[in-house]
Design a binder for this molecule. Structure first.
Ligand code: ZN
Length: 298
Protein backbone atom coordinates (compact mmCIF):
# COMPACT_ATOMS: atom_id res chain seq x y z
CA UNK A 1 0.00 0.00 0.00
CA UNK A 2 1.00 3.60 -0.41
CA UNK A 3 3.49 4.75 2.18
CA UNK A 4 4.81 1.26 2.87
CA UNK A 5 7.71 -0.49 1.27
CA UNK A 6 6.94 -3.87 2.78
CA UNK A 7 3.67 -4.87 1.14
CA UNK A 8 1.75 -4.81 -2.11
CA UNK A 9 -2.05 -4.37 -2.33
CA UNK A 10 -3.86 -7.65 -1.70
CA UNK A 11 -5.43 -9.43 -4.65
CA UNK A 12 -8.97 -8.97 -3.39
CA UNK A 13 -10.21 -6.87 -0.46
CA UNK A 14 -13.27 -9.12 0.01
CA UNK A 15 -14.15 -12.74 0.67
CA UNK A 16 -14.43 -14.03 -2.91
CA UNK A 17 -17.06 -16.60 -1.82
CA UNK A 18 -16.19 -18.55 -4.98
CA UNK A 19 -18.24 -21.53 -3.79
CA UNK A 20 -21.40 -19.41 -4.21
CA UNK A 21 -20.83 -18.61 -7.89
CA UNK A 22 -22.71 -21.67 -9.15
CA UNK A 23 -25.75 -21.06 -6.90
CA UNK A 24 -27.96 -19.15 -9.30
CA UNK A 25 -30.81 -18.56 -6.84
CA UNK A 26 -28.48 -17.17 -4.19
CA UNK A 27 -26.69 -14.93 -6.70
CA UNK A 28 -30.06 -13.69 -8.02
CA UNK A 29 -31.21 -12.89 -4.47
CA UNK A 30 -27.98 -11.02 -3.76
CA UNK A 31 -28.22 -9.05 -7.00
CA UNK A 32 -31.69 -7.79 -6.03
CA UNK A 33 -30.89 -7.27 -2.34
CA UNK A 34 -31.03 -3.58 -1.27
CA UNK A 35 -27.83 -4.18 0.75
CA UNK A 36 -25.77 -5.31 -2.24
CA UNK A 37 -23.58 -2.86 -4.09
CA UNK A 38 -22.65 -2.67 -7.77
CA UNK A 39 -19.93 -0.59 -9.38
CA UNK A 40 -20.45 0.39 -13.01
CA UNK A 41 -17.66 0.41 -15.57
CA UNK A 42 -17.32 1.51 -19.15
CA UNK A 43 -14.32 1.01 -21.40
CA UNK A 44 -11.92 0.55 -18.47
CA UNK A 45 -13.30 3.56 -16.59
CA UNK A 46 -15.23 3.62 -13.32
CA UNK A 47 -18.42 5.59 -12.52
CA UNK A 48 -17.47 7.92 -9.64
CA UNK A 49 -19.31 10.19 -7.21
CA UNK A 50 -18.78 13.93 -6.77
CA UNK A 51 -15.71 13.21 -4.61
CA UNK A 52 -14.17 11.15 -7.41
CA UNK A 53 -14.58 7.92 -5.47
CA UNK A 54 -16.07 4.77 -7.05
CA UNK A 55 -19.88 5.00 -7.00
CA UNK A 56 -21.28 1.83 -5.39
CA UNK A 57 -25.02 1.69 -6.10
CA UNK A 58 -27.87 -0.76 -5.55
CA UNK A 59 -28.82 -2.88 -8.56
CA UNK A 60 -32.20 -1.08 -8.68
CA UNK A 61 -30.40 2.06 -9.82
CA UNK A 62 -28.66 0.30 -12.69
CA UNK A 63 -29.71 0.75 -16.30
CA UNK A 64 -31.41 -2.24 -17.97
CA UNK A 65 -28.80 -2.58 -20.68
CA UNK A 66 -25.69 -3.75 -18.80
CA UNK A 67 -23.39 -5.68 -21.15
CA UNK A 68 -21.77 -7.96 -18.57
CA UNK A 69 -21.63 -8.43 -14.83
CA UNK A 70 -19.78 -10.45 -12.20
CA UNK A 71 -20.04 -11.27 -8.51
CA UNK A 72 -16.92 -9.96 -6.74
CA UNK A 73 -17.45 -11.37 -3.25
CA UNK A 74 -18.78 -10.45 0.17
CA UNK A 75 -17.44 -7.40 2.01
CA UNK A 76 -16.70 -6.98 5.73
CA UNK A 77 -20.33 -5.96 6.38
CA UNK A 78 -21.66 -9.18 4.81
CA UNK A 79 -22.90 -7.34 1.70
CA UNK A 80 -22.44 -8.77 -1.78
CA UNK A 81 -20.36 -6.74 -4.23
CA UNK A 82 -20.85 -6.85 -7.98
CA UNK A 83 -19.42 -5.16 -11.06
CA UNK A 84 -21.39 -4.40 -14.23
CA UNK A 85 -20.31 -2.91 -17.54
CA UNK A 86 -22.39 -0.17 -19.10
CA UNK A 87 -23.58 -0.01 -22.71
CA UNK A 88 -22.34 3.01 -24.70
CA UNK A 89 -25.78 4.71 -24.56
CA UNK A 90 -25.76 4.49 -20.76
CA UNK A 91 -22.17 5.64 -20.57
CA UNK A 92 -23.13 8.86 -22.31
CA UNK A 93 -25.64 9.61 -19.55
CA UNK A 94 -23.21 9.20 -16.66
CA UNK A 95 -21.36 12.41 -15.94
CA UNK A 96 -18.38 11.23 -14.02
CA UNK A 97 -16.11 8.44 -15.23
CA UNK A 98 -12.50 8.10 -14.20
CA UNK A 99 -9.81 5.74 -15.44
CA UNK A 100 -8.50 3.40 -12.76
CA UNK A 101 -5.11 5.10 -12.81
CA UNK A 102 -6.73 8.37 -11.65
CA UNK A 103 -8.16 6.85 -8.45
CA UNK A 104 -6.26 6.77 -5.14
CA UNK A 105 -4.12 3.64 -5.19
CA UNK A 106 -5.98 1.79 -2.41
CA UNK A 107 -9.36 2.36 -4.13
CA UNK A 108 -7.98 1.37 -7.51
CA UNK A 109 -6.51 -1.84 -6.09
CA UNK A 110 -9.98 -2.83 -4.78
CA UNK A 111 -11.21 -2.83 -8.37
CA UNK A 112 -8.43 -4.77 -10.10
CA UNK A 113 -10.41 -8.02 -10.41
CA UNK A 114 -13.54 -6.08 -11.44
CA UNK A 115 -11.72 -4.27 -14.25
CA UNK A 116 -9.91 -7.39 -15.38
CA UNK A 117 -13.17 -9.37 -15.54
CA UNK A 118 -15.00 -6.65 -17.48
CA UNK A 119 -12.06 -6.35 -19.92
CA UNK A 120 -12.23 -10.11 -20.47
CA UNK A 121 -16.00 -10.13 -21.03
CA UNK A 122 -15.74 -7.21 -23.46
CA UNK A 123 -13.15 -9.03 -25.57
CA UNK A 124 -14.55 -12.58 -25.38
CA UNK A 125 -18.19 -12.29 -26.40
CA UNK A 126 -17.99 -15.15 -28.93
CA UNK A 127 -16.82 -18.76 -28.90
CA UNK A 128 -13.23 -19.14 -30.21
CA UNK A 129 -14.13 -22.59 -31.61
CA UNK A 130 -17.34 -21.96 -33.55
CA UNK A 131 -17.99 -18.22 -33.38
CA UNK A 132 -21.37 -18.43 -31.62
CA UNK A 133 -22.25 -15.77 -29.06
CA UNK A 134 -21.43 -17.07 -25.56
CA UNK A 135 -23.36 -16.40 -22.37
CA UNK A 136 -22.31 -15.55 -18.82
CA UNK A 137 -22.16 -18.40 -16.28
CA UNK A 138 -20.80 -18.95 -12.77
CA UNK A 139 -21.74 -15.42 -11.70
CA UNK A 140 -19.52 -13.84 -14.32
CA UNK A 141 -16.47 -16.12 -13.94
CA UNK A 142 -17.16 -18.27 -17.02
CA UNK A 143 -18.69 -17.95 -20.48
CA UNK A 144 -20.36 -20.94 -22.12
CA UNK A 145 -21.03 -21.61 -25.81
CA UNK A 146 -24.65 -22.69 -26.48
CA UNK A 147 -23.61 -24.58 -29.67
CA UNK A 148 -20.76 -26.82 -28.49
CA UNK A 149 -21.03 -26.35 -24.70
CA UNK A 150 -17.39 -25.31 -24.48
CA UNK A 151 -16.53 -23.39 -21.32
CA UNK A 152 -14.29 -20.34 -21.34
CA UNK A 153 -12.50 -18.88 -18.35
CA UNK A 154 -11.20 -15.39 -17.54
CA UNK A 155 -7.79 -14.99 -19.04
CA UNK A 156 -4.66 -13.87 -17.20
CA UNK A 157 -1.47 -13.08 -19.13
CA UNK A 158 1.72 -13.52 -17.08
CA UNK A 159 4.38 -10.88 -17.47
CA UNK A 160 7.73 -10.55 -15.72
CA UNK A 161 8.88 -7.26 -14.24
CA UNK A 162 12.42 -6.98 -12.95
CA UNK A 163 14.68 -4.55 -11.21
CA UNK A 164 18.19 -5.11 -12.52
CA UNK A 165 21.05 -4.66 -10.06
CA UNK A 166 24.76 -5.46 -10.10
CA UNK A 167 24.85 -7.24 -6.73
CA UNK A 168 26.58 -4.26 -5.15
CA UNK A 169 25.53 -0.62 -5.18
CA UNK A 170 23.97 -0.08 -8.60
CA UNK A 171 20.55 -0.53 -10.21
CA UNK A 172 19.59 -0.13 -13.84
CA UNK A 173 16.49 1.85 -14.79
CA UNK A 174 15.13 2.36 -18.28
CA UNK A 175 12.91 4.80 -20.12
CA UNK A 176 10.37 3.52 -22.64
CA UNK A 177 10.52 5.42 -25.91
CA UNK A 178 6.90 6.57 -25.50
CA UNK A 179 7.54 8.08 -22.06
CA UNK A 180 8.43 11.72 -21.38
CA UNK A 181 12.06 12.55 -20.67
CA UNK A 182 12.85 11.87 -17.02
CA UNK A 183 10.41 8.98 -16.47
CA UNK A 184 12.27 5.81 -15.46
CA UNK A 185 11.23 2.37 -14.34
CA UNK A 186 12.08 -1.31 -14.16
CA UNK A 187 11.99 -3.43 -17.32
CA UNK A 188 9.08 -5.75 -18.09
CA UNK A 189 7.76 -8.10 -20.74
CA UNK A 190 5.31 -10.90 -21.44
CA UNK A 191 6.16 -14.55 -20.84
CA UNK A 192 6.26 -16.53 -24.09
CA UNK A 193 4.94 -20.08 -24.60
CA UNK A 194 7.43 -22.67 -23.33
CA UNK A 195 9.35 -20.26 -21.10
CA UNK A 196 9.76 -20.37 -17.35
CA UNK A 197 9.46 -17.05 -15.53
CA UNK A 198 13.26 -16.94 -15.07
CA UNK A 199 13.77 -17.63 -18.80
CA UNK A 200 11.55 -14.66 -19.59
CA UNK A 201 13.54 -12.37 -17.27
CA UNK A 202 16.84 -13.37 -18.91
CA UNK A 203 15.46 -13.00 -22.46
CA UNK A 204 13.75 -9.65 -21.90
CA UNK A 205 16.80 -8.07 -20.24
CA UNK A 206 19.05 -9.31 -23.05
CA UNK A 207 16.64 -8.01 -25.70
CA UNK A 208 15.89 -4.63 -24.17
CA UNK A 209 19.27 -3.53 -22.77
CA UNK A 210 21.78 -6.18 -23.88
CA UNK A 211 22.78 -7.30 -20.37
CA UNK A 212 23.38 -10.84 -19.13
CA UNK A 213 21.28 -11.80 -16.09
CA UNK A 214 23.06 -14.28 -13.81
CA UNK A 215 20.60 -14.59 -10.92
CA UNK A 216 16.86 -14.02 -10.47
CA UNK A 217 15.04 -13.65 -7.15
CA UNK A 218 11.25 -13.68 -6.96
CA UNK A 219 9.84 -10.94 -4.70
CA UNK A 220 6.07 -10.76 -5.26
CA UNK A 221 3.32 -10.35 -7.82
CA UNK A 222 0.51 -7.97 -8.61
CA UNK A 223 -2.65 -8.13 -10.67
CA UNK A 224 -2.41 -5.49 -13.42
CA UNK A 225 -5.72 -5.27 -15.28
CA UNK A 226 -4.48 -3.25 -18.28
CA UNK A 227 -6.00 -5.33 -19.72
CA UNK A 228 -5.47 -8.77 -18.06
CA UNK A 229 -1.93 -9.16 -16.78
CA UNK A 230 -0.33 -10.69 -13.74
CA UNK A 231 2.97 -8.91 -13.10
CA UNK A 232 5.50 -11.30 -11.51
CA UNK A 233 8.23 -9.26 -9.83
CA UNK A 234 11.93 -10.09 -9.60
CA UNK A 235 15.25 -8.65 -8.61
CA UNK A 236 17.65 -9.69 -11.37
CA UNK A 237 21.42 -9.55 -10.87
CA UNK A 238 23.21 -8.78 -14.10
CA UNK A 239 26.84 -8.56 -15.16
CA UNK A 240 27.87 -4.92 -14.93
CA UNK A 241 28.41 -3.60 -18.44
CA UNK A 242 27.34 -0.65 -20.56
CA UNK A 243 23.62 -1.07 -21.34
CA UNK A 244 22.60 -1.15 -24.99
CA UNK A 245 18.98 0.01 -25.23
CA UNK A 246 17.18 -1.65 -28.13
CA UNK A 247 15.71 1.69 -29.28
CA UNK A 248 12.55 -0.21 -30.12
CA UNK A 249 11.03 -0.30 -26.65
CA UNK A 250 13.73 1.18 -24.44
CA UNK A 251 15.07 4.57 -25.47
CA UNK A 252 17.64 4.97 -22.69
CA UNK A 253 18.92 2.99 -19.70
CA UNK A 254 21.33 3.96 -16.96
CA UNK A 255 23.06 2.41 -14.00
CA UNK A 256 22.49 4.46 -10.84
CA UNK A 257 24.21 4.13 -7.49
CA UNK A 258 22.08 4.19 -4.37
CA UNK A 259 23.09 7.79 -3.80
CA UNK A 260 22.40 8.81 -7.40
CA UNK A 261 18.96 7.17 -7.24
CA UNK A 262 18.07 9.10 -4.07
CA UNK A 263 19.48 12.46 -5.17
CA UNK A 264 18.06 12.45 -8.70
CA UNK A 265 14.57 11.36 -7.58
CA UNK A 266 14.65 14.05 -4.87
CA UNK A 267 15.74 16.65 -7.43
CA UNK A 268 13.07 15.48 -9.89
CA UNK A 269 15.58 14.80 -12.67
CA UNK A 270 14.26 11.25 -12.70
CA UNK A 271 10.64 10.40 -11.91
CA UNK A 272 9.75 6.95 -10.59
CA UNK A 273 6.52 4.96 -11.18
CA UNK A 274 3.44 5.66 -9.03
CA UNK A 275 2.80 4.12 -5.62
CA UNK A 276 0.17 1.81 -7.09
CA UNK A 277 2.72 -0.11 -9.12
CA UNK A 278 4.84 -3.15 -8.39
CA UNK A 279 7.68 -1.44 -10.28
CA UNK A 280 8.03 1.23 -7.60
CA UNK A 281 7.73 -1.43 -4.91
CA UNK A 282 10.60 -3.41 -6.48
CA UNK A 283 12.76 -0.28 -6.59
CA UNK A 284 12.02 0.64 -2.97
CA UNK A 285 12.58 -2.93 -1.80
CA UNK A 286 16.08 -2.72 -3.22
CA UNK A 287 16.71 0.79 -1.88
CA UNK A 288 15.35 -0.12 1.55
CA UNK A 289 13.10 2.87 2.12
CA UNK A 290 10.67 5.15 0.37
CA UNK A 291 11.88 7.38 -2.43
CA UNK A 292 10.38 10.77 -3.33
CA UNK A 293 8.51 11.83 -6.47
CA UNK A 294 6.41 9.94 -8.96
CA UNK A 295 4.95 10.10 -12.47
CA UNK A 296 1.71 11.68 -13.51
CA UNK A 297 -0.02 12.31 -10.19
CA UNK A 298 2.58 14.77 -8.92
ZN1 ZN B 1 -18.81 -22.76 -29.75
Amino acid sequence: MEGQIGSLPDGSPWDLAAERRGDRDWIEDQWHSPDSRVVLMYDGQVAVDSDDRPLWMSSGRLPDDVLAWAFLGIDAHGCARFVASAAPATALNVDDWLPLRSLPSELAAELFSAVSLMNWHANHTHCPRCGAATSIHEAGWQRVCPEDNSRHFPRVDPAVIMLIHDGFDRVLLGRHKRWPVGWFSTLAGFVEPGETLADAVVREVAEEVGLQVVETTYLGSQSWPFPNSLMVGFHARAEYAAPQPDGDEIEEAHWLTREELASSSAAGTIKLPPALSISRWLIQQWYGEELPGEWART
